[in-house]
Design a binder for this molecule. Structure first.
Ligand code: URP
Ligand code: ZN
Ligand code: ZN
Length: 479
């Protein structure tokens, strides 16, 4: 075998397909060899029995997302990359915003400029909040031509939510341009109804965030999102599924052959509504949407993962510090309905999934790789370049110590945010070295990648998200 640039020797290679003792050879940033023994290498890294896993793919995270009122998320592409590498993730798909009344292209140009500072490899989802004729007919084709192949819609949130008519317009456009649609499923009117009633009763603390959006509002919107996608024969992914009720809707549709997939996040496997009931305003640290449920629900979500109904675990890292002008009190109040939604979770995602999953016997190591690396790559059209360790794949590799115990702390997360909701939790299993395209970018918590070294990942059409060709009466009601 010709000399390789880098050999990772003596590890146990873990992929979605299995575990094997093998050396990994890397040249030109790609995996070029998997063999019992690779001796001829310019650089040798001794894995010493560590698990050699694909770098994580986080297909749902909010990085430096500009906000309608000016400014952007506190988490910059540089701090997000640092945090991602610290937790074993090497690629991410984040969001270009659209604001009602505005277009897509100006926002995309701004976001591309921000992303040039990234160290992790990245692709974009396009958020659609206002699918006007100009946006759909003139701008969207130009966005897709850049390799952005997933459109995100919110069925709730002021001022982002779309009506059913607008959602249908986005589904039709996605079908025409061969995009995936990803959906935030909660019922806007039902939540606002509950919020008004809670405020009228004087119930304003963080814990009422969960009261305002119980599982039924997620189940209803999930059902509706799937039904309308089925009407137009457009594949969709349901984002951040928090409960079995919503997952059951996905399972039923999957059994009918509908192309719908479900994603969940570590917060729905570890956090509960009780966290939002901590004294004072502390509960705001756990406020995200859908709201965290309870321990029994966690087990039901695990079961949905094991059944394959939920097949991706993303972070939905959407971070606001607790303190400060961009923090949880940024709207000048502690009233639950005015507290920004979202929690940090980039670095914690894979360690929590590994620890709660593999270390506690709920998942096999192969399932862990599928949920955190391979499936998100497949779902987003990044496979086979990302998410696996095979000949030709980018050499994105995390060396895991399955026995290493860490107590999660904000410092370990290496993000720009002043807290982690997982403070004090012990995890077993930790990434000790990370390589991105063959370059070592993290070793023992020290991130060494240079800002700007990340690459944009354009996405071409891929078979997984092609429509089935199953339409009511065979009639393509596209317009
Ligand atoms: O609370 C959350 N999840 N905020 C992030 C935005 C979203 O809904 O994905
Ligand atoms: Zn969402
Ligand atoms: Zn999100």
């Amino acid at each position: 075998m010709a000399e390789v640039e880098l050999a990772i020797r003596g590890g146990v290679v873990v992929t979605a397909e299995g575990m094997q003792r093998a050396d990994v050879g890397v040249s030109g940033g790609r995996v070029v060899a998997l063999a019992e023994s690779i001796r001829d290498a310019r650089r040798i890294v001794e894995a010493d029995g560590l698990w050699v896993m694909p770098g994580g793919v986080d297909s749902h995270c909010h990085i430096e997302e500009p906000q309608p009122g000016g400014g952007a998320n506190e988490e910059s592409f540089v701090t997000a990359s640092r945090s991602a590498f610290a937790g074993g993730t090497t690629s991410a798909v984040c969001f270009v915003p659209q604001w009602k009344g505005g277009g897509l292209l100006e926002r995309l140009a701004d976001y591309e400029a921000r992303a040039r500072h990234a160290m992790l490899d990245h692709s974009f989802h396009q958020i659609i909040t206002d699918p006007t004729e100009r946006v759909i007919e003139e701008e969207l084709p130009q966005v897709v031509a850049k390799g952005i192949r997933s459109l995100k819609v919110f069925l709730t949130y002021e001022p982002l939510h779309v009506s059913d008519a607008e959602y249908l317009r986005v589904l039709a456009a996605a079908r025409k341009h061969q995009c995936l649609v990803t959906v935030h499923c909660e019922n806007y009117d039902a939540i606002n109804w509950r919020i008004r009633a809670l405020l009228a009763a004087g119930l304003t603390a963080p814990k009422y965030h969960a009261w305002a959006r119980p599982p039924v509002v997620e189940r209803e919107a999930t059902h509706r999102a799937i039904a309308l996608a089925e009407l137009l024969d457009q594949p969709i992914q349901i984002f951040h599924v928090s409960c079995a009720e919503a997952a059951e809707e996905i399972a039923r549709a999957q059994a009918r052959g509908v192309k719908v997939w479900g994603e969940t996040c570590p917060q729905y496997l570890t956090l509960t509504a009780a966290h939002m009931d901590r004294p004072g305003f502390e509960g705001a640290k756990f406020m995200c949407s859908p709201a965290p449920r309870d321990a029994a629900e966690h087990e039901r979500v695990w079961e949905m993962i094991r059944r394959g109904v939920l097949d991706v675990v993303s972070s939905d890292h959407c971070a606001f510090s607790f303190e400060g002008p961009h923090g949880k009190r940024q709207n000048g109040t502690e009233r639950f309905d005015l507290v920004p939604n979202g929690i940090p979770g980039f670095a914690a995602r894979l360690p929590l999934l590994f620890s709660e999953g593999v270390s506690k016997g709920r998942l096999t190591p192969e399932q862990f790789v599928r949920l955190g690396c391979s499936n998100p790559a497949r779902m987003m059209g990044l496979w086979p370049r990302k998410g696996g360790i095979h000949i030709g794949a980018d050499a994105d590799i995390a060396l895991w110590d399955p026995a290493r115990e860490r107590v999660l702390s904000n410092a370990l997360m290496q993000h720009a945010i002043d807290y982690t909701p997982y403070e004090g939790m012990t995890v077993k299993g930790w990434p000790v070295r990370v390589f991105r395209r063959g370059e070592e970018v993290m070793r023992e918590d020290e991130v060494t990648a240079a800002p700007g070294s990340g690459r944009f990942l354009p996405r071409a059409p891929y078979p997984l998200i092609a429509p089935r060709g199953v339409l009511p009466n065979g009639f393509p009601a596209a317009g």
